[in-house]
Design a protein. Sequence first.
Length: 327
Amino acid sequence: MLVVVCPGQGAQSPGMLSPWLELPTVAASIARASQTTGLDLVAHGTTSDADTIRDTAVAQPLLVASALASLRAVLELDADAPLGTAAAASVDLTAGHSVGELAAAAIAGVLTDDEALRLVAVRGAAMARAAAATPTGMSAVLGGDPAEVLAALDAHGLVPANVNGGGQVVAAGTLDALAAFAAAPPARTRVVALQVAGAFHTTHMAPAVDELRAAANAVAPGEPLVPLLTNADGTVAPSGARALELIVAQVANPVRWDLCQETMVAHGVTGLLELAPGGVLTGLARRTLPGVETVAVKTPADLDAARDLLSRHGAASSPATTQELSS
């Protein structure tokens, strides 16, 4: 059983699209994404510096466009072919971390590529505006006793915005609270400040939820062709409408990637393919999904390994439906 996962903000790096744009299918897909989002994603993926692509309004569309284009390359689809229909023949499950959930929704057939890209452009810009209102941020907390970590976060007025599994929690809140927490961290932990603009997945993002919901209300989601795991609680989204509702709410609520991974285990996932720019979620999987074969798609050099993983673990050899996985 194969799960395809899509990375979230922080996975981007300068020049990450340079080798990909040598592939005509990817070049066409990124050009179309640029037109849809109103951003020059070709430039941002090749020549923009780290500070430019750290901007939430840039990073989020860049990540979703990259994930979708790389899956098209894996499946050898052109930029206009329906992605969800093609994915359903090969993929058993899909999930995305934070903004990656919009890419996963397109893979599942809940959204079209263009719908996912239009929504991520709204999401990124709205979250950037919300972050600018108050000095907030996020820090990764690595190791320690989980209960002690959560208690310490609560004592400092911080939120576990991402619970990623493998001994990793991302704290979010005001910069002052994060500084106080880092000065007196729980035993056996390491605290790493993240280069993000604000406290994502907390109530600080409430204004962005309203903006994204208004945009999402104009979309008629499809029913999932590939079972889609939700960041809310790791379960399979029961319908396209519910999936989109949860994607909107996720902006101001914690990402429970640990629960997504628990569902992968429960349903017998044997292979995990992380789309471009891959690496982060594959690293987590290696610590929390023992025995699951992983491939991270970083450059076109990884396409053969991705196709091999897909052929050996994908839906063609182990068909499953959304209804079966939800039961």
